[in-house]
Design a protein. Structure first.
Length: 453
C-alpha cells in the first residue's frame, strides 16, 4: 500500500526444504514441554512479521493470508501500535482497572461507543479473549432479562471455555470428550445459502429458526440470540439477505437480547467496522476481540446502556481485563484503521480476490471442485466439493482442502482452512498487504486449486 511503510521486504521467498534446521530444533524442544493438545498448522517458527509477510527463524519469508486468525488486520508490527505499546510499557504495564483505573480503558470504551452500530446510549466492558467476551455477553443478557435460555446456530463458533464450547457447534476438535457442557443452550438452523435444499429466502430461513425457538423453547424463556453475522470457523457462511434483520426484529419484539459475535468479523475485516452494518442490523450487545488491538490480547462487549448497567457493581471484571498496554495498542490500531481507511482497503481486497477466483471457477467449468465463493471484504472463502458435485450433491472435499493448503504452504503462502466439513479455504489477509504480494499469493492459491481440480 502506497501510504504504508514496511519494515520487512514484502516478498515470498522460501528455500526448498523447510522446516529449516532452527525450526526443527524448536519443534523438538516443543515436543518435550508443550502439551500435544495445542496444534499448529504451520511447521515453522516465527522470527519476525510485518505487513503481509511472516519470516521464520531460518529466514524463509511467507505470505500471510491468515493474520493469526483475523487478528493482525493492521499488520503484525504496525508502527503506530508498536510506538503506543512502547510508550505505555515505560509507564505502567498493569494496575488492574478494578483497583486503580486509568484513562486508556475509558478511551477505548469511547471509541467502541462511536464505532459500533446504533446511536443509542452504550456501555462497554473490556476483557482478554473472544471467549471471555461471549461469556460476559451471556451473563449480562441473563441478568438483564431474568431468563435462562441462550439460542445459538448451526455451524457456530464461540470459543473453547465451558460455556462457549456449549455454544460452539462442532464436536471435533472443540468439544469431543470435554463435557459435560453448560445447560440451557439451544441450537437452531442457520441460513447457509450454498447448502439449502431449496432457494429459501433469508426471511424464510429466519422464520424456520424462529418457529423452532417458539415451539421448542418458548420465546419468553429466551435471554439471548447469539449469532456471528458472518460465521467464522464454521465456514465463512454469509447468511441470505434478510436473515439477520428478521431475527433481530423478532428478538426485539420478544424482549430477547440480540448478541452479534463480531470477534472475527469486526474492525474493518468485512469492509465495514462491523459485519452487522451490511444489513443495517443494530445488535443489543456486540462482542469483539481479534482485530481490535493490533495483536495484543484485548476483547470487549459493547451494548445498550440499560442492559449493561443492570449488572450490580463488581458483577463484571477480571484481573487483566482492559490491560493498559492492550488499550494503548487498541487506540493505535483503531487510529491506523482510520488513517489508512482499512474499510476501503478490505473492499478493494474483496474486488481483487473475487475477480481472480470467479475467473478460475468459470475456467474450471461448472465450478470444478469449487462449490462456492463467498464472504465480504477481506473475509473470503471457497468451499470445496468432490469433482462434478458443485451444482448437485455438493459433497464436501476435505482432502482437496487439506492438500491445497499444504501446496500453498509448500510454495510459501500461509492459508487457513475452516468449516463444519473441513472443506473451506479461507482468506484473511492483513488489510495492509500490498496488491503485489496479495496477487502473488493468489497466483499460488489458484495454481494449487487447479492442480487438485
Ligand atoms: N467468537 C466468532 O471466531 C475465535 C479460534 C481458533 P478467542 N476464533 C478462532 C481456535 O481454534 O481456537 C472466536 C471467533 C468467534 C469467539 C471466538 C473465541 O475467541 O479469543 O479464541 O477466545
Amino acid at each position: 500500500m502506497a501510504d504504508i511503510q514496511y519494515r520487512l521486504e514484502q516478498v515470498r521467498r522460501v528455500s526448498g526444504e523447510f522446516p529449516g534446521p532452527k525450526s526443527v530444533e524448536l519443534a523438538e524442544r516443543r515436543k518435550a514441554v508443550v502439551a500435544g493438545g495445542v496444534a499448529s498448522s504451520v511447521p515453522v517458527y516465527v522470527a519476525d512479521a510485518d505487513g503481509g509477510v511472516i519470516v521464520d527463524v531460518d529466514g524463509n519469508s511467507f505470505i500471510d493470508l491468515g493474520s493469526g486468525i483475523a487478528v493482525t488486520s493492521v499488520g503484525a508490527s504496525d508502527p503506530a501500535v508498536v510506538g503506543a505499546v512502547q510508550e505505555q510499557v515505560e509507564h505502567f504495564t498493569h494496575t488492574c482497572f478494578m483497583v486503580t483505573p486509568y484513562e486508556g480503558y475509558i478511551a477505548v470504551a469511547e471509541e467502541l461507543a462511536k464505532l459500533t452500530p446504533g446511536d443509542h446510549e452504550k456501555r462497554s466492558v473490556l476483557f482478554n479473549s473472544g471467549a471471555e467476551a461471549v461469556e460476559n455477553a451471556v451473563k449480562v443478557a441473563r441478568l438483564a432479562t431474568g431468563r435462562d435460555a441462550i439460542v445459538a446456530f448451526d455451524h457456530a463458533y464461540h470459543g473453547r471455555t465451558n460455556l462457549t464450547m456449549a455454544l460452539t457447534a462442532k464436536a471435533m476438535p472443540y468439544k469431543t470428550n470435554f463435557g459435560p457442557f453448560a445447560p440451557e443452550i439451544y441450537r437452531v438452523p442457520m441460513s447457509y445459502p450454498y447448502r439449502e435444499e431449496s432457494d429459501i429466502k433469508g426471511e424464510e430461513a429466519a422464520q424456520r429458526a424462529i418457529t423452532m425457538i417458539e415451539k421448542q423453547i418458548g420465546a419468553d424463556s429466551v435471554a439471548a440470540l447469539l449469532i456471528e453475522p458472518i460465521q467464522g470457523e464454521g465456514g465463512f457462511i454469509v447468511p441470505a439477505e434478510g436473515f439477520l434483520p428478521t431475527l433481530a426484529a423478532w428478538a426485539k419484539d420478544k424482549g430477547i437480547v440480540f448478541i452479534a459475535d463480531e470477534v472475527q468479523s469486526g474492525f474493518c475485516r468485512t469492509g465495514a467496522w462491523f459485519a452487522s452494518q451490511h444489513e443495517g442490523v443494530v445488535p443489543d450487545i456486540i462482542t469483539m476481540a481479534k482485530g481490535i488491538a493490533g495483536g495484543l490480547p484485548l476483547s470487549a462487549i459493547t451494548g445498550r446502556a440499560d442492559l449493561l448497567d443492570a449488572v450490580h457493581p463488581g458483577g463484571l471484571g477480571g484481573t487483566y481485563g482492559g490491560n493498559p498496554v492492550a488499550c494503548a495498542a487498541a487506540l493505535a490500531a483503531i487510529g491506523s484503521m482510520r488513517e489508512h481507511d482499512l474499510n476501503a482497503r478490505a473492499q478493494h481486497i474483496e474486488h481483487l480476490v473475487k475477480r481472480r477466483l470467479e475467473a478460475l471457477i468459470t475456467d474450471l467449468g461448472d465450478g470444478g471442485i469449487v462449490g462456492d465463493l463467498r464472504g465480504r471484504g477481506a473475509m473470503l472463502a471457497v468451499e470445496l466439493v468432490r469433482p462434478g458435485t458443485a451444482r448437485t450433491t455438493k459433497e464436501p472435499n476435505p482432502e482437496a482442502t487439506k492438500a491445497i493448503a499444504a501446496a500453498c504452504l509448500e510454495a510459501g503462502v500461509i492459508i487457513l482452512t475452516c468449516g463444519t466439513y473441513g472443506n473451506v479455504v479461507r482468506l484473511l489477509p492483513p488489510l495492509v498487504i500490498s496488491d503485489e504480494l496479495l496477487e502473488d499469493g493468489l497466483d499460488v492459491l489458484v495454481g494449487a486449486i487447479r492442480a487438485h481440480a
